[in-house]
Write a protein that binds this ligand. Structure first.
Ligand code: GTP
Ligand code: MG
Length: 195
């Protein structure tokens, strides 16, 4: 897909009303620091339009990026960030939950996991919860550049087993550094949106 325009159109905090968008949405979920905002930049062909940080907990709002006046990327706050209070964590969780429960335009939900690590209890909860809401998440295994090529298949298996994901569940490896895997993610988006 050729990116002609990107615009951070809506930023929702804990007390904001979520927008009722009239274009398809693609959401990015995953724990803090896993690479959600970096993947979004990669899929916008922008270096740093979505703010990223080595410090977890960078994205603290739900951000809707209007792409080509055609669709939205929805950057969700990361879960499992230890340094915020339990109260704030619960509020973010509620906000993500509310979004997933109320959106009418969500066409794909990408759940991001670090390719190096076994899924955490929170990852598993998120996966189960997404499935429970009736969505079929696509797993993105991030930070592909951090492992040797020879480890890839083994790590993907580890993610699948750890999540208890179905055989059909897509797991797509991606590196924000090398952009490896981007084409496969585009294909997945185009297929879901019928482009
Ligand atoms: P929160 O907003 O805190 O939830 O984090 P996030 O999931 O949006 O992560 P973000 O994109 O900000 O990336 C976190 C850190 O990981 C940054 O330092 C990124 O540069 C780094 N990072 C993200 N993706 C990759 C990748 O594919 N490879 C490597 N080497 N680093 C990555
Ligand atoms: Mg972020």
């Amino acid at each position: 897909m050729q990116i002609k325009s990107v615009n951070l159109e809506t930023v929702c905090g804990i007390t904001s009303t979520l927008p009722e968008n009239d274009k398809p949405e693609i959401a990015f979920a995953g724990k803090s620091n896993v690479g959600k905002s970096s993947l979004i930049n990669g899929l916008m062909n922008r270096k740093a339009y979505a703010r990223t940080s080595a410090q977890p907990g960078k994205t603290q709002t739900i951000n809707f990026y209007n792409i080509n006046e055609m669709l939205y990327y929805v950057d969700l706050p990361g879960y499992g960030y230890a340094k915020v209070s339990e109260e704030l964590k619960a509020k973010w969780g509620k906000m993500i939950e509310k979004y997933l429960r109320t959106t009418k335009q969500l066409k794909i939900i990408f759940l991001l996991l670090d390719i190096r690590h076994e899924p955490s209890a929170n990852d598993k909860l998120m996966y189960d919860w997404i499935v429970h809401q009736g969505y079929e998440p696509v797993i993105i295994a991030t930070k592909l550049d951090k492992i040797n090529r020879s480890q890839k298949d083994k790590q993907i298996k580890l993610l699948r087993t750890g999540l208890g994901a179905k055989k059909e569940t897509k797991i797509l490896p991606f590196s924000a550094l090398t952009k490896q895997g981007r084409e496969e993610i585009w294909d997945c988006i185009e297929e879901a949106l019928g482009f």
